[in-house]
Write a protein that binds this ligand. Structure first.
Ligand SMILES: [Zn+2]
Length: 371
């Protein structure tokens, strides 16, 4: 069995955002840098997340998080951290803001460039003196709050991870912070979480505890995603989505597959991670089918679909019901980029654990099917 290590202390529950002052005091953080994005501030979610902190307005806020977090944004956030003499980082937002918060914490206290810490190197530069980091997710998608790395678009154009498993002091998960998420973002981030659970479960690495966690996450997301899209204030559905997202990210250290091997290079071109995964997932399921044996049927059972259901087609139908675009071309992917994306997928970590061994031609065929 491969390693499964639960690393992050998670505080989970409705209203949990009000514990933020206690968490910061426990970590001896007096001057936090907030890392978030402008949409989270505009929607009032940042204010809600920090409502229990009496002096929240006195602390610096870095809100220039790009759709896909970049090395340049991490350097800018780290500069603000040093200028304002901060002593901790609080990430509030979706996966992009949370991953950026991790990268800011690294660059605030370690010499650049960030690329030196990328997991593409055989031995990345050590990360051993980062400040306390508290992460507050406001979507139920990436599970970045418990993920072991920060996925960054580096200055060289590569989208890959900075492995920082010990970085996060605590995750604070309050489903109420997702009540105001618009249906389209609920749908795309929710499909990211579902793709984590499904890809993890399908990965051929032997890790029964990770499988059990991903199966539970799958069941919660299948049961609640459509409800959360239809009624954002459905507290039970929002709670299930946030737990499913957390479970996907706890378990995906087992390894993922072709969905993420392709969505990382596509994301480096600027497209939304969750939307890409949603579009790719049915095609990857169909491509992997012969290599999934009993897992195919287990996924069907978690979804509550009748015996004999084509899981790939049923996931495509789910996408359609929740308003996900059907094809890569619908979101602006260019046909001329597909060959390069297929070549880059071979270098992604998720490529190693797709159930069906893939070559560049297989990836290109997959992309064409999804195009
Ligand atoms: Zn993902």
């Amino acid at each position: 069995m491969s390693v499964l290590q639960f690393l992050t202390t998670v505080h989970f529950g409705h209203g949990m955002r009000r514990e933020l002052p206690k968490l910061l005091a426990g970590a001896r953080v007096r001057r936090p840098l907030f890392v978030t994005d402008k949409g989270v501030i505009r929607a009032g979610v940042f204010q809600s997340a920090t409502e229990a902190l009496p002096d929240a307005a006195a602390h610096p806020v870095f809100d220039d998080t790009p759709v896909n977090p970049t090395e340049a944004a991490a350097a800018a956030g780290a500069q603000l951290y040093r200028e304002r003499e901060c002593d901790g980082v609080v990430g509030i937002g979706g996966g992009a803001a949370l991953d950026l918060a991790k990268a800011v914490a690294v660059l605030a206290t370690h010499p650049g460039p960030l690329w030196n810490y990328c997991n593409r190197h055989a031995s990345p530069a050590p990360i051993d003196r980062a400040p306390p980091v508290v992460l507050v997710p406001t979507t139920a998608g990436t599970g970045s709050e418990v993920g072991r790395s920060a996925v960054i678009v580096f200055d060289n154009g590569i989208k890959a991870g900075v492995r920082c498993p010990d970085l996060v002091t605590a995750a604070l998960c309050d489903p109420e912070l997702t009540f105001g998420l618009p249906p389209s973002i609920t749908a795309s981030t929710g499909m990211d979480a579902l793709s984590h659970c499904i890809e993890t479960y399908c990965s051929p690495a032997v890790n029964p505890p990770a499988d059990a966690i991903s199966l539970d996450g799958m069941a919660r997301i299948f049961a609640s995603l459509e409800r959360a899209v239809a009624d954002g204030r459905d507290a039970d559905a929002r709670g299930d989505m946030m737990m499913g997202s957390l479970e996907g990210a706890i378990s995906f250290q087992k390894g993922m597959g072709a969905v993420h091997a392709l969505s990382h290079p596509l994301g480096a071109l600027g497209f939304h991670h969750g939307t890409l995964n949603a579009i790719l997932l049915p095609h990857v399921l169909a491509c992997n089918r012969e290599h999934l044996s009993a897992k195919w049927d287990a996924i069907r059972r978690q979804a509550g679909w009748p015996e004999g259901t084509d899981v790939a087609q049923a996931v495509a139908a789910l996408n359609q019901r929740i308003g996900i675009p059907a094809r890569l071309r619908d979101i602006g992917v260019q046909e001329t980029d597909l060959a390069a994306v297929a070549a880059e997928a071979l270098h992604d970590n998720a490529h190693k654990t797709n159930p069906r061994p893939m070559d560049q031609g297989d990836y290109e065929a997959l992309l064409r099917a999804a195009f």
